[in-house]
Design a protein around this ligand. Structure first.
Ligand code: AMP
Length: 115
């Protein structure tokens, strides 16, 4: 999917917006969340625009596999390898940026069920 001018993660992916990038992969980037909710809070995004995780799964499954692998690598390199991987999909689920991103949350205990 073509880059979208009004999409902040497209702008980060093509270098127009600065970000604290912790990993650059073949088709994904990992960057620190600006409003961290845990000691480690990293977002893993595809460089190309896709709205949601299921849209990415359909259009480019290889990149989704890379995204999940990088999430695990980030959790291992930034902590002990225990982490929560969250994809908010849709406004009601808490998605505020319509460019798929996996939240890698680690470094503390998490409650279940989520709020
Ligand atoms: P979601 O609410 O699941 O769509 O998550 C969007 C996340 O992106 C939130 O946790 C925001 O804090 C984060 N965020 C928004 N803008 C930026 C930015 N420019 N750089 C890094 N993280 C951002």
């Amino acid at each position: 999917v073509a880059a979208q001018d009004d999409c902040i993660f497209c702008r980060i992916a093509d270098g127009r917006l600065p970000a604290d990038v912790v990993h650059v992969g073949t088709s994904v980037l990992a960057l620190r969340d600006v409003a961290p909710q845990a000691p480690t809070h990293v977002l893993v995004i595809p460089k190309e625009h896709h709205d949601t995780v299921d849209a990415l799964a359909s259009a480019d499954p290889k990149t989704l596999v890379e995204l999940v692998a990088v999430a695990g690598e980030v959790a291992r390199s930034h902590g002990d390898g225990q982490y929560r991987l969250v994809f908010n999909s849709g406004e009601q689920a808490g998605q505020s940026v319509r460019h798929v991103h996996g939240h890698v949350l680690a470094g503390r205990s998490f409650a279940w069920p989520p709020g």
